[in-house]
Design a protein around this ligand. Structure first.
Ligand code: F0G
Length: 481
C-alpha cells in the first residue's frame, strides 16, 4: 500500500433522535435532541454509496490497511469509512488506540470453563481501557470543529467512574490548546490508579459526593446550559469510535463471526451500543454474512438492563436501579444513558439474528472476583469488568445458553492494574461486607519478607547476600547443583 493512502470518500453525518426521530446535521456538536431531549445515534446519510463495493472488496481493503504507514489509519480509523468519514487526515488524533490483541484463553482456563474463548485486551489501549477508542473519534471531531470555527477556548467535561476521565484527560492534554479537560468524579468511587491518570495529564479534577449517576446528571445540566464539550458517551461521536471493537473482532476471526458469542460488561451502555452498531453495519455491507450473538453482563449490584430483559416482553418497563457497592466499579451505574440505544439495536439484532442474538446475563460480586482472579492466575490481564465477562460466560454456559459449536470473545475492558485494590482486598480478606465477597483463601497470595532491616544493618554486604540467599534456599527447599 502506498504511503499516502488516506481515503477520498466522504460521507455526511446526521444525528438521529431515537425518541422523536428528528434529524440534525452532524456539523455541530449536539448531545441530546433539542426538540425532545432524546439520545442520538449518528448516521451516515451516504452510507448506501459504500454498497457500490461488495463485502469481499471491503474485507480486502481493511486487510490491506493493516499494513498502512499512514498514521491516521493505524488505529481505529483503519475502518474510516464505517466510522466518521467526514474527518480530514489532519484532524485525526492517534495515540496508539485500537487494534488490541485477542488472546486465546490459557488451555487450563479454557478446559475448566468448557468452551473455547478468548479475551480481547482493551486494557492495552493507551489509557488502559476501551474508552480510548471513543475518545480518539470524539477528539478528532472536536479538532475538526476547532479548525473550522476558529474556537479559542474549549472546555471538555465528563462524569466518570474513572476510565472515561482518564481517556478524556489524556487526549485533551495531547491535543493541547484550545482544549482544556475538566473531569467530574464521584468521590471515593474511583480507584487510586484511575484517579492518578487525569491528575497526571493535568486535567482539572473535581469530585462530588454520591455515585456516577449523580455526577452524570450534573454534567448533563452543565452541557444543556453552558458552553462545554461533553465527552460522555451521550456524545455520539464516542459511540462511532467504539464500533471499532466490533470491526477488529470480525477481522481477527477472518470475518466469520456467526458462531461467536461476544460478551460485554454493561455500565452506561455505550460500549454494548457501539459493538452492536458495528456488527450491524458490517452485515449491511456484506462484510460479514451472519451476526454473532451478543451477551451483555451486569452485576446483581447494578443491573437495570438485565432486569429489563429478564421480564416477559409484554411486561418490560424501563426502571433505573439504586446501585450498591460493586467490584465492577467502572460499570456500577443504575441509570445508563444509552439504554434507549440498546433497546433500539437489540431489537434490530433480534429481528435479524433471532431472539437469542441478544441476551443479558446477571452475575454476583463473588462470581466476578473469583473469575477475575482465576483468569489472571492463568496469564490474562483482566480487570474486574473482564472478570464480570468471564463470570457471564460461565453462567451462560450453566444456563444452557451456549451451544457446543460456539466460541466466545470476552471484553477485558481495562487493564487489571487499574483495579488492583480489589485484588488486594481479595488476597487480604479485607472486603467490606457490602460487596458480599468471601475470598477463596486458596487463591490468595502475598509477599513474604525474608529478612528484616535490622538484620541487614548488622551484616556486611557480602554476608547479607549470603544470608538472603540461604533464607531463599530454606524457603524454596532448593537442591544444590
Ligand atoms: N468496563 C470499564 C473498564 C469501564 O470503564 C466501563 C465504563 C464499562 C466497562 C462499562 O461500559 O459504560 O460503555 O457500558 N466506564 C465509564 C467511565 C462509565 O466513566 O469510565 P459502558
Amino acid at each position: 500500500m502506498c504511503k499516502h493512502d488516506f481515503p477520498t470518500y466522504r460521507g455526511q453525518m446526521e444525528y438521529v433522535c431515537l425518541s422523536c426521530g428528528a434529524r440534525h446535521a452532524g456539523d455541530e456538536l449536539l448531545y441530546t435532541c433539542p426538540q425532545c431531549g432524546g439520545v442520538f445515534l449518528l448516521e451516515n446519510t451516504r452510507f448506501d454509496e459504500l454498497k457500490a463495493h461488495d463485502g469481499a472488496w471491503w474485507r480486502d481493503l481493511f486487510d490491506r490497511r493493516a499494513s498502512t504507514r499512514t498514521t491516521a489509519l493505524r488505529g481505529i480509523f483503519r475502518y474510516y469509512e464505517l466510522l466518521a468519514p467526514i474527518l480530514d487526515e489532519e484532524d485525526i488524533v492517534y495515540l496508539g488506540e485500537g487494534i488490541t490483541p485477542i488472546i486465546k484463553a490459557a488451555p487450563a482456563l479454557r478446559d475448566s470453563v468448557g468452551i473455547p474463548f478468548a479475551y480481547k485486551n482493551d486494557g492495552q489501549n493507551p489509557s488502559a481501557s476501551f474508552k480510548d477508542r471513543g475518545m480518539a473519534c470524539a477528539f478528532s471531531y472536536l479538532k475538526s470543529l476547532v479548525r473550522r470555527h476558529g474556537w479559542t477556548d474549549v472546555l471538555t467535561v465528563c462524569a466518570s467512574t474513572g476510565d472515561t476521565s482518564a481517556a478524556a484527560a489524556l487526549y485533551a492534554s495531547y491535543v493541547g490548546a484550545p482544549l482544556k479537560s475538566v473531569v467530574l468524579l464521584p468521590h471515593g468511587k474511583v480507584t487510586p490508579q484511575q484517579l492518578s491518570q487525569p491528575l497526571g495529564s493535568g486535567a482539572t479534577v473535581l469530585e462530588l459526593p454520591g455515585v456516577f449517576d449523580d455526577c452524570m446528571k450534573v454534567v448533563e445540566h452543565l452541557a444543556d446550559r453552558y458552553r462545554v464539550a461533553l465527552l460522555n458517551s451521550k456524545n455520539s461521536w464516542r459511540i462511532l469510535g467504539q464500533e471499532s471493537y466490533a470491526y477488529e473482532v470480525a477481522q481477527w476471526y477472518g470475518w466469520d463471526v456467526s458462531s461467536l458469542c461476544v460478551f460485554v460488561p454493561v455500565g452506561n451502555a455505550g460500549n454494548i451500543t457501539a459493538v452492536m452498531s458495528g456488527f450491524l453495519k458490517m452485515l449491511e455491507l456484506g462484510i460479514i454474512t451472519g451476526l454473532p450473538r451478543i451477551f451483555g453482563v451486569q452485576s446483581a449490584h447494578a443491573d437495570p438492563v438485565y432486569r429489563y430483559y429478564a421480564a416477559p416482553r409484554a411486561e418490560r418497563q424501563w426502571q433505573p436501579v439504586q446501585v450498591s457497592p460493586s467490584v465492577a466499579q467502572a460499570a456500577m451505574i443504575g441509570n445508563p444513558v444509552s439504554f434507549p440505544r440498546v433497546a433500539r439495536l437489540a431489537a434490530k439484532f433480534q429481528e435479524l439474528g433471532g431472539e437469542k442474538a441478544f441476551q443479558v446475563v446477571q452475575v454476583t460480586e463473588q462470581q466476578i472476583m473469583d473469575a477475575m482472579i482465576r483468569a489472571n492466575r492463568r496469564g490474562h490481564i483482566a480487570c474486574t469488568q473482564g472478570g464480570e465477562c468471564l463470570a457471564g460466560l460461565i453462567n451462560a454456559r450453566a444456563l444452557g445458553l451456549i451451544g457446543p459449536d460456539e466460541h466466545a470473545v470476552l471484553d477485558a475492558t481495562a487493564h487489571a492494574l487499574k483495579f488492583s485494590g480489589f485484588q488486594d482486598m481479595y488476597f487480604n480478606g479485607s472486603f467490606p461486607p457490602a460487596y458480599e465477597v468471601t475470598p477463596d483463601t486458596s487463591l490468595s497470595n502475598r509477599p513474604e519478607l525474608l529478612l528484616d532491616a535490622a538484620k541487614k544493618q548488622s551484616l556486611s554486604p557480602a554476608e547479607y547476600t549470603r544470608a538472603a540467599a540461604e533464607a531463599i534456599v530454606r524457603r524454596l527447599g532448593l537442591v544444590k547443583k
